[in-house]
Design a protein around this ligand. Structure first.
Ligand SMILES: Nc1nc2c(c(=O)[nH]1)N(C=O)[C@@H](CNc1ccc(C(=O)N[C@@H](CCC(=O)O)C(=O)O)cc1)CN2
Ligand SMILES: Nc1ncnc2c1ncn2[C@@H]1O[C@H](COP(=O)(O)OP(=O)(O)OP(=O)(O)O)[C@@H](O)[C@H]1O
Length: 215
């Protein structure tokens, strides 16, 4: 085998063993990679992730003595927060969930006896009294979805700007934790000036607080 071929093969083997795989560069490339890897997860793997995340989130909420939190109801590919939401409700912790508006703003309602209904993006949303985003300023902990997070705490979403706008609009920002799978914690995500770093990240195996953020 010519030398150049051998070196190409060893290069590609090294890339696939790196934690981020072949490091994607642009936001759309990262979103495409994560979308594909989420779609490949088996039901068993999703259930394992849910159980691990439940433990991480219970531990975080307990340490912070949280009485009211925001969270999200997952799409089939997203890290599953339903175990935590069930636990929170059983422990009388108020759980506020997002309601998507056409103008890419978010309203919020407390999850209660009225349950949920299918919203704008096919996501389950709470039925009940709607509040503006400002209600989140009064909560103890914000648990938010993400596509990926980097080692500096920069968060990437799905490109619609819902959470970027929300976080920018709050006068007081409680600790914000993004929930992702382990392989979605990347070395670097390109940041725009409107991107606001999160306080921490939760994966099935770790809860990490970023040092640049008091959270
Ligand atoms: N569960 C959940 N609720 C949420 C959000 C979210 O990201 N997840 N949002 C956050 O802004 C807002 C709604 N915005 C949305 C953003 C992206 C997609 C979407 O279709 N995303 C992916 C698929 C996600 C996946 O594979 O895990 C896509 O673009 O294909 C839907 C709604 C409010 N509620
Ligand atoms: N504070 C803001 N005010 C108005 N528009 C914003 C703000 N922040 C972001 N946007 C707009 O939202 C769009 C998506 O931004 P970006 O690609 O950073 O999304 P994202 O991190 O995937 O979003 P999110 O998770 O919030 O949905 C961009 O067009 C951006 O200009």
């Amino acid at each position: 085998m010519p030398t150049n071929q051998r070196s190409e093969r060893s290069e590609s083997r090294r890339d696939t063993t790196q934690r981020d795989g072949v490091q994607p560069r642009t936001k759309p490339q990262i979103r495409a990679t994560v979308r594909t890897s989420r779609a490949k997860r088996s039901l068993e793997a999703r259930q394992r992730v849910r159980d691990q995340l439940t433990a991480q989130l219970i531990s975080l909420a307990t340490q912070r003595n949280a009485k009211a939190v925001s969270c999200y109801l997952p799409t089939p590919g997203e890290p599953d927060t339903t175990g935590f939401i069930d636990w929170a409700r059983a422990h009388n912790i108020d759980v506020f969930l997002p309601i998507s508006r056409e103008d890419r703003g978010l309203d919020w309602a407390r999850l209660g006896a009225a349950g949920t209904t299918t919203g704008l993006h096919g996501i389950q949303e709470p039925v009940g009294e709607k509040h503006s985003g400002e209600i989140l300023s009064h909560l103890d902990l914000l648990v938010i979805p993400a596509c990926a997070v980097d080692e500096q705490g920069m968060r990437l979403g799905w490109g619609l700007g819902y959470y970027d706008r929300l976080l920018a609009s709050l006068n007081t920002l409680p600790p914000v934790f993004a929930v992702i799978h382990d392989d979605e914690l990347l070395a670097h995500i390109p940041a725009d000036t409107h991107d606001i770093p999160v306080s921490g990240v939760i994966t099935p195996t770790q809860t990490r607080l970023f040092s640049n953020n008091p959270g």
